[in-house]
Design a protein around this ligand. Structure first.
Ligand code: LLH
Ligand code: MG
Length: 382
């Protein structure tokens, strides 16, 4: 089988999320946006697809870095193709991001699953048919009855666990430009309110402002350890691995990372080697796809460490179901004003339907398990 064409098509759809000036998502009025579908086609009629941001798959990027390396190649050789594209990052002047690499890798894995007649989570190992999700809240805001106060978080967490069925909850704290943010004491008050409401047994995590100082973070970490939180992630700039080594040595709380730091599985191996985290973070969109995420997970397993996937979607779910050493799937981001379970116009079903017991199940369909509404996509091309 040979790759014959790589296309990216942009389509219109609505969104109910707005981005603030620091890039964090919040509920907003319904507006129009665009996404792109990257498709890799073959001479045998099989194709692989992934929905991504339009900027990740521009014609200029595909022409310069992707098509020259993939056209005419065997799409099943995902390892070889990942390296062919990845090596261009060195002289790519920063244009070839890990998100571009991830989009290509994910479309190739979707294709490979279809060629094998297997879901990708089984093709990668198939450690479990279902996984517990944690409800991952949006960042705090200043919306009335939204996520503006510790009491708002407590009320929403109560709904997530006692009505919707989540077995664990992760809070995202308040971040600028929300008035009053950042404030470790306010973050702590929200965590304490949620613990008080849910009782001692429900696993809780915190993902606070990402640019605190060491002393702020140590105070917060020790307070969260008293509340028996399962972990805290990315409370400081991750480029300073020494700061995480310092923190991990000083607090009893489990520190998870790195999430957004560049360097893929190589960086994560350094963090493990230097004891800068207790739990390893991997995410297909942060580190260039399923191919490097699996390496990271296997590396972590060799050190008896859990590898928790960052973010939502079919590909992160596929890895989480494939590996032995993970505990949850991150489902979100969630907010009292948003119905997460409602499919987008371009989906027949969301990627990560969750049952009443809080489990997300692997699908048996070949490929990544995205259930796309092709009529909608083709009817709304830009
Ligand atoms: O800062 C944010 O908006 C969130 O931390 C976001 O990046 C989220 O994806 C995350 O980190 N989840 O774990
Ligand atoms: Mg995070």
């Amino acid at each position: 089988m040979k790759i014959t064409a790589i296309t990216a098509r942009t389509f219109r759809h609505s969104t109910n999320t707005v981005r603030d000036s620091d890039g964090h998502g919040h509920p907003g009025p319904v507006s129009q946006t665009t996404s792109a579908i990257l498709s890799i086609e073959t001479d045998e009629g099989l194709s692989g697809h992934i929905v991504t941001r339009t900027a990740d798959v521009s014609e200029a990027l595909l022409d310069r870095f992707v098509r020259p390396n993939l056209i005419g190649q065997d799409p099943l050789c995902t390892e070889a193709l990942w390296y062919k594209v990845y090596k261009w990052q060195r002289l790519g002047a920063g244009l070839l991001t890990d998100r571009v690499l991830a989009a290509v890798d994910l479309a190739l894995w979707d294709l490979k699953g279809k060629a094998a007649g297997m879901p990708v989570w089984k093709l990668l190992g198939g450690a479990r048919p279902k996984i517990l999700a944690y409800g991952s809240t949006m960042c705090g805001d200043d919306l009335e009855n939204g996520l503006a106060t510790p009491e708002d978080y407590a009320r929403f967490a109560d709904w997530l666990v006692n009505t919707r069925g989540y077995k664990a909850v992760k809070l995202h704290g308040w971040m600028p430009p929300v008035p009053g943010a950042p404030d470790v004491r306010k973050d702590y008050r929200a965590c304490a309110a949620v613990r008080e409401t849910l009782g001692p047994e429900v696993p809780l995590m915190l993902d606070p402002h990402h640019f605190y100082t060491r002393t702020e973070v140590l105070w917060l970490a020790d307070k969260l350890a008293e509340l028996d939180f399962a972990w805290m992630e990315e409370p400081m700039e991750e480029a300073s691995m020494s700061s995480f080594k310092w923190l991990t040595a000083k607090t009893k709380l489990n520190i998870l990372g790195p999430e957004t730091m560049t360097g893929k599985h190589w960086t994560r191996a350094e963090w493990v080697r230097h004891e800068a985290c207790d739990i390893v973070r991997a995410g297909v969109w942060d580190m260039g796809g399923i191919t490097p995420a699996m390496k990271c997970a296997n590396m972590a397993e060799s050190f008896h460490m859990s590898c928790e996937m960052h973010g939502t979607g079919a590909a992160n779910l596929s890895v989480a179901l494939a590996i032995h050493n993970t505990s949850y799937y991150e489902r979100g981001l969630l907010h009292p004003f948003i119905d997460y379970d409602e499919p987008k116009a371009y989906q027949n079903r969301i990627d990560d339907e969750m049952d009443a017991e809080g489990y997300v199940h692997g699908r048996e369909d070949p490929g990544l398990g995205q259930d796309l509404n092709w009529d909608y996509i083709e009817g709304n091309l830009v």
